[in-house]
Structure formats: C-alpha cells, structure tokens
Design a protein around this ligand. Structure first.
Ligand SMILES: OC[C@@H]1[C@H](O)[C@H](O)[C@@H](O)CN1C(=S)Nc1ccc(F)cc1
Length: 400
C-alpha cells in the first residue's frame, strides 16, 4: 500500500503469541490483556534499548474489546481491563516516542469472539483515527474468504479517508489460501502494507520450521510481492519465550532478516534472558532486515538438511548487489555441519569480490573473490549469517 508508511518492515512488540487471550485480570493481573500490560511493555521497549535498535510499534491484538459495542454502535475496550480507554493508552505510547497498533477482524466476530467490524467499517475506521491509532491489524475469522477481495480494500479505503496515516496489516491471503482460493496479490499489494500468508506462529521449533519451509517452497509466488510499503508477514518473533533453544532463536532472527519480515516481538520484556535480548537487538541483523532496497531473500540451496538463503541488499556497485547469506542446518545429528561453497556458486560474481563478515560472531573474512571457497560450521537447528559487501573493481579497459 503506497501510503508512505513502512518503507522498511515494521518493528515493534505484539502481544498475541506470548500473552494470547488472557483476560483474567483478577487472578493474573500481571499477564492479562490490559492497559497496564501495554504501558509496561512500552516503558521497557524504551528503557531496555529496543527503541534505540529500531523497535517502534506497541500493538494490541485480540481480546482488548468489550463484548458489546456502545449504545452509539462504537467499538469500546473492556472497561475493567482498559479503564482509561484506548485513546489515553495510545497517548501514553506516543509520549514514549513509540507508535500504537490495534486489532480487529473483517467478520462478525474476532477469532476470540469479540465484536468484528462487519456492518461498521466506516465508523470503526473513524474510531481508530479518533483514538490516534497508528497501525491496524485486520484478522479474517468468521468471514467468507471470497468477500475479502471487497472487504479488505473497502476498510483500507475508510482508513485512508480518515486522513490519519495508519499501517494496514491484512490477514486476507492466509484465509483465502485456507479456503483453496488463489489470492489476488496485486490487489493485496495495493491495499495492504503487510499481510499474513501462512499459519499462526506457535512457541516451537517445529512451528518455525513450517514457516521457513512454506516461504522457501512458495518463494516463486511470494518473494516478488515484497517491497517498500508492502511486505510478506511470516508472523511474530518468538525469541525469548519457552519453545526455542538459543541456536533456534538465532535462526529465527537471521531468517526473518533474510525474508525482509516485520520484526514484531511477542515476548515478556520483564523476564527475557540477556542472551535472547542480545539476539533481538543485534544491530547488524536488524540492518539487513531494514535494508532500504526492500528485496526479500530466497532459498538458493537445499540438500541433506543444509539450506543456503541469500538476500540482495545494499550497497550496489555497477549493478552488482551486496548480499546477506544464511547457512541453515536443519539436521539434529548432534554435531555441527561443515559447509564449503564458492561465492560464485551462490551467485556472487562481482569481479572486485566481497568483504565478508559474520553477523553473530566477531569474524571478519576479509575480501574474498568469487572463486574463493568459503567454509562455515553450522550448529544443529542453527544458522550462520554473513554479510557480503560488494567491493568496487576497476577492470582495466585501456592498454596502459
Ligand atoms: O485471535 C487472534 C489470533 C491472532 O491474532 C493471530 O495472529 C491471528 O492469525 C488469528 N488468531 C487466532 S488464535 N486464530 C485462530 C487460530 C486457530 C484457530 F483454530 C482459530 C483461530
């Protein structure tokens, strides 16, 4: 969607995967979906250095709502869990220098059964603008997928007509794919700033593997749709929760950067361990994810559990890209795997060669020519991610 927003993939914090639909504020006041949870997370995004690393959106997901609309037909938050209202919460998030996101559903109900927007699209868009919302995720439960080709653009039209810039996150394609309908991606790109193509992420390595496989196996359809202002959304970062090992957490951060994915953390920032926080704040990998060219990477090699993924990034020199290269080890046979490959076998053919560095370890490979073999050791369910910056070359064209 060409609304001037998310010219690089959005970065921020999204409640759903870690906090789900916990509405039991009586017995679990620290973890229920409430005004307090989002103010706490906004504070920590700033105080713990995440904002400085680029994370800017604080996003509510399902279960924020009252079960009924107001007597004027407006959406309203649960009055006990959000006693100050949404506008006041958004104002607080803005006071921290962050932006605020909210959730709704193009259906009669949200997935958790709260009021959906069907029948009130224009009013709900105006409500969100009035509340100073900066980002809207529109889910697709309790809807007819075929109606989404009309409904999602229509709601986007109303959001735009409010005059308030709002990032528009769509679940439109995934519900059509579930229904066996081939999505109209040119329409989706025109209407949405980002969209979900596949299953919800769950807190497990197998869930992460299934998403990586989906994006690799369908890359010929998916990759071309990504670009500044319109992104594929492989779902939230689950780094720092319960299900991923340290190696697997490094894998998700590296793969999301290769995929030009939104970096929406869903983790308890109050208790995250330092080594996981360090992965989320890895500036070199964030720079790959946020590369201004906005070209999504692809799987270029897959054999016996070893995968190689490459993403074209800046800087360019004479039409040669620089690259981020990820070596992924899907094997679980205990011991690290050696991978040896020449740059030119991976498509890196600039005559001046490339300056290669490891983005997790402090390893500088120096400048390598396309014919040079590069050797890496990849841990089981782990990754090695390198940056290969193209070097200028002045091939002599005159005899002297
Ligand atoms: O309720 C909201 C929740 C999150 O917003 C996810 O990101 C959305 O993809 C949808 N969603 C959930 S749990 N959806 C859902 C997932 C499985 C299911 F059987 C029924 C609904």
């Amino acid at each position: 969607l060409d609304n001037g927003l998310v010219r690089t993939p959005p970065m921020g914090w999204l409640a759903w995967e870690r906090f789900r639909c916990n509405t039991d504020c009586k017995n679990d006041p620290d973890n229920c979906i409430s005004d307090r949870l989002f103010r706490t997370m906004a504070d920590l995004v700033v105080s713990e250095g995440y904002a400085a690393a680029g994370y800017e959106y604080i996003n509510i997901d399902d279960c924020w709502l009252d079960k009924e609309r107001s007597y004027t037909g407006q959406l309203q938050p649960d009055p006990v869990r959000f006693p100050h209202g949404i506008k006041d919460l958004a104002n607080y998030v803005h006071s921290k220098g962050l932006k605020f996101g909210i959730y709704e559903d193009y259906g009669n109900y949200t997935c958790a059964g709260y009021p959906g927007i069907l029948g009130s699209l224009e009013l709900d868009a105006l409500t969100f603008a009035d509340w100073d919302v900066d980002y809207v995720k529109l889910d697709g439960c309790y809807a007819h997928p075929r109606e989404m080709d009309i409904g999602y653009p229509e709601f986007g039209f109303y959001l735009n007509r409010t005059g308030r810039p709002m990032v528009y996150s769509c679940s439109w394609p995934v519900y059509q794919i579930y229904a066996g309908i081939q999505p109209n991606f040119s329409s989706i790109i025109d209407s949405c700033n980002l969209w979900r193509n596949f299953d919800d992420i769950q807190d497990s390595w197998s869930s992460l593997e299934s998403i990586i496989d989906y994006y690799g196996n369908n890359q010929d359809t998916i990759v071309q749709n990504a670009g500044p202002g319109h992104w594929n959304d492989p779902d939230m970062l689950i780094i720092g929760n319960f299900g991923l090992s340290y190696e697997q957490s490094k894998t998700q951060m590296a793969m999301w950067a290769i995929l030009a994915a939104p970096l929406l953390m869903s983790v308890d920032l109050r208790s995250i361990r330092p080594e996981y926080k360090a992965i989320l704040q890895n500036r070199k990998i964030i720079a790959v994810d946020q590369d201004p060219l906005g070209i999504q990477g692809r799987r270029i090699y897959k054999h016996k559990g070893i995968e190689i993924w490459a993403r074209p990034i800046s800087p360019l020199f004479q039409n040669y890209f620089s690259y981020a290269i990820a070596f992924l080890n899907r094997r679980t046979d205990g011991t690290p795997s050696d991978v040896a490959v020449t740059l030119q076998e991976m498509g890196l053919i600039a005559p001046g060669g490339y300056r290669i560095e490891d983005l997790y370890e402090d390893v500088d490979y120096g400048v390598l020519t396309p014919q040079t073999k590069i050797k890496v050791k990849v841990n089981p369910s782990g990754v090695v991610i390198l940056r290969a910056n193209v070097q200028p070359s002045y091939v002599q064209t005159t005899p002297y």
